[in-house]
Design a protein around this ligand. Structure first.
Ligand code: PGA
Length: 246
């Protein structure tokens, strides 16, 4: 059984004012789907404090691949776990583009997350040029192979398929295009990680919103969403969660 996960990625935005509404809107029975918010690192501890005793989990947006050392400005997975995070996004396309994070760096971050007891959410996705030249399956398979460390075997992890051209643009792939990539990811995960790969949620991300959530969440092998812009408004985020949990 793959659990459904609705994960909000606040990026470099502060939506703390929306949290009381999000918490009061969460259904008491959350067996249908898990819910997570990944705020900027300075907000992890206050958000975890507010979310204590509720169904809302808190995550980070990246971590370093090492546990300590001379890495000015970075945070280790252990530090994030101590601040109250249970998950960490790694390999988001904005990190890959802005900070030059390669598949190998992402794999080290995911391994560090596992060691610290965090569930890594590993992001992959093709650019528009790659999609237009018919390389989507090849690119996502290569990113998947390179960004997931062997250390994930037997542990909890999440994969997010986020086409770069769909992030923050209002454009989404067709259901067939999403289903094709998600199906390929599921096969590859099961082949490489066995049971852990069969139950790892595979999220879709990129311009997911209340208007398209039900359709996207109904696609085979889509086990939830990684939501940017629409996670900043309680009403929108709760509507997407309701579509998943319902
Ligand atoms: P978006 O971002 O929902 O604003 O497109 C998704 C993401 O980058 O995770």
């Amino acid at each position: 059984m793959v659990r459904t996960l609705i994960a909000g990625n606040w990026k470099m935005n502060d939506a703390m004012a929306e949290v009381p509404q999000i918490l009061s809107g969460l259904a008491a029975d959350t067996r249908g789907a898990d819910i997570l918010i990944c705020p900027p690192a300075t907000l992890i501890a206050p958000l975890a404090e507010q979310a204590r005793g509720t169904a809302l989990a808190v995550g980070a947006q990246t971590c370093h691949g090492k546990d300590s050392g001379a890495h000015t400005g970075d945070l280790s997975a252990t530090m994030l776990a101590r601040a109250g995070a249970s998950h960490v996004i790694v390999g988001h396309s904005e990190r890959r583009a802005d900070h030059g994070e390669s598949d190998a760096i992402v794999a080290a971050q995911a391994a560090a997350a596992r060691v610290a007891g965090l569930t890594p959410i590993i992001c992959i996705g093709e650019t528009l040029a790659e999609r237009d030249s018919g390389q989507t399956l090849e690119v996502t398979a290569r990113q998947l192979a390179g960004s997931l460390p062997d250390a994930l075997d037997g542990g909890a992890f999440v994969v997010a398929y986020e086409p770069v051209w769909a992030i923050g643009t209002g454009r989404t792939p067709t259901p067939d295009q999403i289903g094709e990539v998600h199906g390929a990811i599921r096969v590859a995960l099961a082949q490489r990680f066995g049971e852990a790969g069969e139950v790892a949620p595979v999220l879709y991300g990129g311009s997911m919103k209340p208007e398209n959530a039900s359709e996207i969440l109904a696609i085979a092998h889509v086990n939830g969403g990684l939501i940017g812009g629409a996670s900043l408004k309680a009403r929108d985020f709760l509507a997407i969660y309701a579509a998943a949990a319902g």
